[in-house]
Design a protein around this ligand. Structure first.
Ligand SMILES: Cc1ncc(COP(=O)(O)O)c(C=O)c1O
Length: 377
């Protein structure tokens, strides 16, 4: 590795290059067949994805945001319905609730950055219809607690699992717990397409039929229009490419877990940091590390120091959680506000070498040693 390496936060060309030969073969095959919209590659991908996750149905759609909107809409969430979600999520989670006419109700996350079940319970009102946990950073939240709250209060559960394909809680995949769960294939996601893409999981056949129609101008599987619909189909070409990548996906997840293990081994003893749970922290969770989100007492200076040493990092959501965006989603969530002011995402993707992650850790330790010296002086 060069003395002054350049370790970007994310490596976009790698999304194409990682399986370049297979992807190019697949592009020529689809192109030569002229198979662009709703073709067999999409059906195959949907079957493979359902099998991978252990859910009955998977439906490919245009992106992860549409996936949420279509799932909420098909399940009948609408005007004035309150939906509880963790404010530590992408604005898309709340936007989906907003666009079906619902009211996004933000709540706190806990120490592992996942929605806090006690906060969910406290936010329930007579207008609450659903809970929408985000399976954040490639981790699945305590779905047993969430489902219990939902059952006790007659609420639906929709999982925003955009960041968590293949992550598990008690052996079950993210996206397969509630009435519907959604995935994003945005290029930087663990299963990244060469553009936008998304999917919805459900076990409910009637919900699937409605979602199937919503994504394609209201047309059912016989081609008959049964209601108003959108055009939110997953491109057949993207589905074909995702089929190629899905074959390698278990290896990719394993690699992410290895990299998280290196971060844990090397940074676990740095007192000033709060790390995500380690890959083998407990038997209930199988985390796939879409992101490696740490908290630091001195986040901004740490980020500047890493940048000067050639290490790219980002602050998730640009440093503002949903209730801080000025979109009319109000809340006072001190735990989450403190967390986001300390949060930093370290490089985490399958193009990283062990040495590069080791270098990032070395720089982080050097920063803290320097800060300790400055305090002592
Ligand atoms: C938590 C979360 N929800 C929703 C989305 C929206 O997905 P997309 O960008 O595919 O619309 C994303 C990703 O971008 C996300 O991280």
């Amino acid at each position: 590795m060069p003395e002054q390496p350049n370790i970007p936060f994310f490596n976009y060309p790698h999304v194409f290059k990682q399986y370049e030969d297979e992807v190019l073969d697949c592009i020529s095959d689809v192109g030569r067949r002229g198979a662009f919209i709703l073709q067999r590659d999409l059906e195959e991908f949907e079957r493979n994805l359902a099998e991978f996750s252990g859910e009955k149905f998977a439906l490919g759609v245009a992106n992860g945001t549409d996936a949420l909107i279509i799932a909420l809409r098909a399940a009948g969430i609408g005007e004035g319905d309150e939906v509880i979600f963790s404010s530590h999520t992408y604005v898309a989670t709340a936007a989906a609730i907003h666009f079906v006419g619902g009211i996004p109700v933000p709540v706190e996350c806990g120490a592992d950055h996942m929605i806090d079940p006690d906060a969910v319970r406290a936010a329930i009102t007579p207008r609450t219809c659903a809970i929408m946990p985000t399976q954040l950073n490639g981790r699945t939240c305590d779905m047993q607690a969430i489902q219990e709250i939902a059952d006790e209060n007659g609420l639906l559960v929709f999982e925003d699992a955009a960041q968590a394909l293949g992550s598990k809680f008690q052996g079950r995949c993210a996206g397969t717990f509630g009435i519907a769960g959604t995935i994003s294939f945005y290029p930087a996601k663990t299963l990244g397409s060469l553009g936008d893409g998304g999917a919805i999981f459900t076990n409910d056949e009637s919900l699937f039929d409605w979602m199937y129609a919503y994504r394609d101008h209201g047309r059912n599987q016989d081609g008959d229009v049964i209601g108003w619909g959108l055009n939110s189909r997953l491109d057949n070409l993207q589905a074909a490419i995702l089929n190629v990548k899905l074959k390698h996906y278990a290896d990719d997840l394993q690699r992410r877990r290895e990299l998280a293990g290196i971060y844990q081994d090397q940074l676990g003893s740095v007192d000033e940091l709060h790390l995500p749970p380690a890959p083998d922290a407990d038997a209930e969770h199988f985390d796939v590390f879409q992101n490696y989100e740490i908290e630091s007492d001195n986040r901004d200076n740490l980020q500047t120091f890493l940048k000067a040493g050639g290490v790219g990092t980002i602050v998730q959501w640009g440093g503002k959680v949903v209730h801080q965006l000025g979109l009319g989603v109000e809340g006072s969530l001190p735990f989450t506000e403190r967390m986001i002011s300390r949060s930093l995402l370290l490089p985490m993707h399958t193009a990283l070498t062990d040495d590069e992650v080791g270098f990032v850790c070395k720089r982080i330790k050097a920063f803290h040693a320097q800060s300790a010296n400055q305090r002592a002086a």
